[in-house]
Write a protein that binds this ligand. Structure first.
Ligand code: SAH
Ligand code: SF4
Ligand code: F3S
Length: 444
């Protein structure tokens, strides 16, 4: 047993999805409340928290190489804590394989991080991967400061059990945070400077709750309540599952002016046999009908998706159906991945695992289409006037960077400040961003 002096500085590094980013912020707030100071320079930190992702193999391997890289020249290491989904899935393996790790804490237990760090300082090695679900949020400090855009986790976990996916195992069963807590946290974020809030969940549109008075509501009802916060200008949500896209949420895209015209709705594959083997509860056709209904409510909505290429048994013809659904759906952007067998998931044991070269080739073809469509979407925005929420300075002097309602990055040069909502005429489009001219307001 080796004791240490208590850490004074810390560094949290988050991998993976936006929910991990949110968790990383909350862990930083907890450690700050304990009197520690955040540092951007990982080498100088007394405590390093690696907030990990387990979704694909590479993500897991990265954790071990990161742990190795934390060793200093004199052979010492900072106090290392491994949090997140790899901690949940492989806690004991991490402890066995990486003796320098002193704390392993799962995504539902990180409210206990300060006590665990204290126990590690006293010489222990601590593991906590219980899933008490709601206990965590109640134990976290109130939110105080925020940039112009903020994340707010409203729902956690997943009951869908897609056959390739580890999330139901690492994050546990679906839970929805209570309505009143969410309204309070959103208000605190807005008071702290947020103008835009992105509501997060592994299945964010599966959120359910009770409005004051007890009426059962879904995500549309929550967004309606949050829209009443005066200084909150924009509401987004991610990630949605097609099965939970109800009529009220579709209607909200027509009726709630603060709900941004953007929908991330993963389809994964365009082939019904593959979708069935993935245990997705939709077909290619039902997905396309669903986005038709969303577009009827909000014609300018920007659609985003996720794709997996090389799922076990995927034939060339089945892959061609995925290319076809991309053409039919018309995405503004999308994420695409090579299938990665995950330990303990049904798909990892399926016949017909696809060779890496085949996956590489399919991924390249798929990404060509997505890039083509993304550029086309951005080009079609040229000539539009839109509101941009200013997030930060651009690379060039005098330049600012923000997001359009359709989640495009927009550069412009003019007077502005972070957090401003400015009117911009979009004049030029590239694959990843647009440039525009700020509309000069006539003097009042
Ligand atoms: N809950 C969300 C997404 C969670 S994971 C949803 O269902 O849409 C984010 C994305 O990672 C998934 O949409 C999927 O495209 C991808 N993914 C998940 N497991 C994977 C695996 N084993 N191999 C490759 N990609 C995977
Ligand atoms: Fe994973 Fe499917 Fe759940 Fe999404 S819906 S988190 S892909 S199991
Ligand atoms: Fe990764 Fe866990 Fe998110 S596996 S994608 S960090 S839910």
């Amino acid at each position: 047993m080796s004791t240490r002096t208590p850490p004074r500085t810390f560094h949290v590094k988050s991998f993976g999805c936006q929910m991990n980013v949110y968790d990383g912020e909350r862990m930083a707030e907890l450690l700050t409340a304990e009197g520690m100071t955040a540092t951007d320079v990982r080498e100088n930190a007394d405590l390093v928290v690696l907030n990990t992702c387990h979704i694909r193999e590479k993500a897991t391997e990265k954790v071990y190489s990161d742990i190795g890289r934390l060793r200093r020249e004199d052979g010492t290491t900072p106090l290392i804590a491994v949090a997140g989904c790899v901690a949940q899935a492989e806690g004991p393996e991490i402890m066995a394989r990486a003796p320098s790790v002193r704390v392993v804490v799962g995504p539902q237990a990180y409210h206990r991080l300060p006590q665990m760090v204290a126990a590690a300082v006293a010489g222990g090695r601590e593991t906590e991967t219980d899933m008490p679900a709601e206990a965590k949020f109640a134990a976290l400090p109130k939110r105080r400061k925020s940039g112009p855009t903020a994340f707010l986790t409203i729902q956690e976990g997943c009951n869908k059990f897609c056959t390739y996916c580890v999330v139901p195992y690492t994050r546990g069963a679906e839970i929805s945070r209570p309505f009143a807590d969410l309204v309070d946290e959103a208000q605190a974020l807005v008071d702290g400077g947020a103008r835009e809030i992105t509501l997060l969940g592994q299945n964010v549109n599966a959120w359910t709750g009770a409005a004051p008075g007890g009426r059962a509501i879904g995500l549309a009802g929550l967004a309606e309540a949050l829209a009443r916060i005066p200084d909150l200008a924009r509401i987004r949500y991610t990630t949605s599952h097609p099965a939970d896209m109800d009529d009220a949420l579709i209607a909200a895209h027509a009726d709630n002016p603060k709900l941004m015209p953007f929908l991330h709705l993963p389809v994964q594959s365009g082939n019904d046999r593959v979708l069935k083997a993935m245990n997705r509860s939709h077909s290619a056709e039902s997905y396309l009908r669903l986005i038709e209904r969303v577009r009827a409510a909000r014609p300018d909505i920007a659609l985003s998706g996720d794709f997996i290429v090389g799922f076990p048994g995927e034939t060339e013809a089945e892959f061609a159906d995925t290319l076809a659904i991309i053409d039919a759906a018309g995405y503004a952007q999308a994420f695409s991945f090579k299938y990665s067998p995950r330990p303990g998931t049904p798909a990892a044991a399926m016949d017909g695992q696809i060779a890496p070269e085949v996956m590489d080739e399919r991924l390249a073809r798929l990404q060509d289409r997505i890039n083509r469509d993304q550029l086309a979407f951005n080009r079609a925005s040229v000539g539009r006037r839109c509101t941009v929420l200013v997030e930060r300075r651009g690379r060039q002097p005098g330049q600012w960077l923000g997001k359009s309602p359709w989640l495009q990055s927009v550069h412009f040069s003019d007077e502005a400040a972070i957090g401003d909502l400015v009117e911009v005429d979009l004049i030029e489009a590239g694959p990843n961003s647009l440039s525009g001219r700020r509309v000069v307001q006539p003097a009042a």
